[in-house]
Design a protein around this ligand. Structure first.
Ligand code: ZN
Length: 220
């Protein structure tokens, strides 16, 4: 209709391409990208190519099971990575710790001006040494580390890139995350892989979309 070829992909896949082309993963061939936002998105680059799978659904890394008995996830499963290492996951951890039903009003320190749960607020609390905030991030980091250990063992990447609004709280998650990576991943694999913050920020997806448009996949 518009007479032009169109390339479609999801935001996390596009972000992975952006980091690969112009960001933290520039010059790398094997990269796992995780976006820790409201949910958890994933993008996989293997030997310089984005992995799409049979029907474009590959790389849903936020929905690997990290706790078989964990809370129900929007995807229909239980105990997904997204149930912990995302804004909604952190909110759930805080609610559970405070004994509140899901969706309850939260303490003023951890909501924004519209009374929505704020990861930034929770991070500020962690910075002040607040036990509830530190525990929530430690739990999120624990499950993030379990997932990353599996990604390392499966893909043997050079780099795990972590972006999204929750990535700013990595300092509060890193200790428990690293402990699980050490515990579960092959040492030979883990020692070759760096876990780094994304370099592009919120415009990573736009950069990656440009890359995808410049490097369209061959017609099936
Ligand atoms: Zn899920």
């Amino acid at each position: 209709l518009i007479g032009r070829k169109v390339v479609l992909d999801n935001d996390a896949n596009a972000w992975a391409l952006g980091e690969y082309w112009r960001g933290a993963a520039r010059g790398r061939r094997d990269v796992v990208l995780l976006t820790l936002g409201t949910g958890v998105g994933g993008g996989l680059i293997v030997n310089g190519k984005l992995v799409h799978g049979r029907s474009g659904m590959a790389g849903e890394l936020g929905h690997v099971t990290v706790n078989p008995d964990g809370p129900r996830c929007d995807c229909g499963s239980h105990g997904c990575l997204e149930s912990y290492a995302s804004a909604s996951g952190l909110r759930g951890l805080v609610e559970a710790r405070l004994g509140l039903p899901p969706g309850s009003p939260l303490p003023a320190q951890i909501v924004d001006s519209e009374n929505n749960f704020s990861v930034r607020g929770l991070s500020a609390q962690a910075r002040r040494g607040d036990k509830l905030a530190l525990e929530a991030f430690a739990t999120a980091g624990h499950y993030l580390g379990i997932a990353i250990a599996s990604f390392l063992n499966i893909f043997n990447p050079e780099l795990v890139v972590i972006g999204g609004g929750v990535a700013g709280a990595l300092p509060y998650m890193r200790k428990t995350m690293t402990a699980q990576v050490r515990e579960r991943a092959f040492t030979a694999i883990a020692s070759q892989a760096k876990i780094v913050r994304a370099a592009l920020g919120p415009r990573g997806g736009v950069v990656g979309a440009a890359y995808a448009a410049l490097h369209p996949p061959p017609r099936p």
